[in-house]
Ligand binder design. Structure first.
Ligand code: ADP
Ligand code: MG
Length: 267
């Protein structure tokens, strides 16, 4: 069932960082779920051919007919790809499949190749409060489609030795998109992930990232938490897999902080 929410347009947020393993998918799933658990209407879109977001929500992508691939390449209506997860606060997801790996090349000769995701998301912005897009670990056309479709970018950064490496490249890409394609694109925020309070390194990384991104860094820091690493193999957001874990608490806090920054009260 599609519920219309008046004329208010939902906010589209791309979760991006071209480095793999920094927590993009974990953040998309758990921030998305935590937002929906506060009563927000949320759509999570999988733009990574590896489909970790899709499987992390308990969906087997090999059994699915309509995915982000069919939307981008065949122009299928995004509503055809909706999977509504009634047992997960009613969150809706748009899955991906390994077929999407080919889209990076198939998009190249296509008309308005950067705008294909935007065109389909624009039609459904009224249906949701938040639309969160999980990006692949690259700065190719899939990520460019996500950044073009978005109002803002949320950047997860892992608290490890090379944390800041590659961020200049990411910021350059964001600035190029802002200048040429999507003038209003903003940084939604920077979230530090896999923080280990027992190491000086984690603490140093937090300081460095705060210096680089100033006020954009969330006060909520996501700890390294074994339960967060386990939850995807059970196909559940952390708050359903282990509601009392540190990981669940952290993502619920992050959702609250994001809602507050956007000037809204929780419902
Ligand atoms: P990305 O999407 O950026 O590649 P993932 O979200 O898939 O990164 O995270 C990489 C791996 O680390 C996954 O196995 C995930 O389950 C695990 N992971 C992510 N965040 C945490 C965390 N805070 N604590 C422990 N493990 C985590
Ligand atoms: Mg991922």
């Amino acid at each position: 069932m599609i519920k219309l929410r008046g004329d208010k347009l939902g906010k589209v947020i791309a979760v991006a960082n071209q480095k793999g393993g920094v927590g993009k998918t974990t953040t998309t799933i758990n921030l998305g779920y935590s937002l929906s658990a506060t009563g927000k209407k949320v759509l999570c879109v999988d733009m990574d051919p590896q489909s970790n977001m899709t499987s992390g929500f308990g969906i087997d992508s090999s059994s699915i007919k309509c995915t982000t691939y069919n939307i981008l390449i065949e122009g299928k209506d995004i509503r055809e790809a909706y999977i509504e997860l009634e047992d997960m606060s009613g969150i809706t997801i748009v899955p991906s499949s390994i077929q999407l790996a080919g889209a990076e090349i198939e998009l190249v000769p296509m008309l308005s190749r950067e705008f294909r995701l935007k065109n389909s998301i624009n039609e459904i912005k009224k249906e949701f409060d938040y639309i969160i897009i999980d990006c692949p670990p690259s700065l190719g056309l899939l990520t460019i489609n996500a950044l073009t479709a978005s109002d803002s970018v949320l950047v997860p950064i892992q608290c490890e030795y090379y944390a800041l490496e590659g961020l200049t490249q990411l910021m350059n890409t964001i600035n190029l998109i802002k200048k040429n394609i999507n003038h209003d694109l903003e940084i939604e925020g920077v979230v530090l992930t896999m923080f280990n309070a027992r190491t000086n390194l984690s603490i140093q990384v937090v300081d460095e990232v705060k210096k680089y991104f100033k006020g954009k860094v969330y006060g909520t820091i996501i700890p390294r938490n074994i339960r967060l690493g386990e939850a995807p193999s059970f196909g559940k957001p952390i708050s359903l897999y282990d509601p009392h874990s540190k990981g669940a608490e952290a993502y619920e806090e992050l959702a609250k902080e994001l809602i507050e920054r956007n000037g809204e009260a929780g419902e």
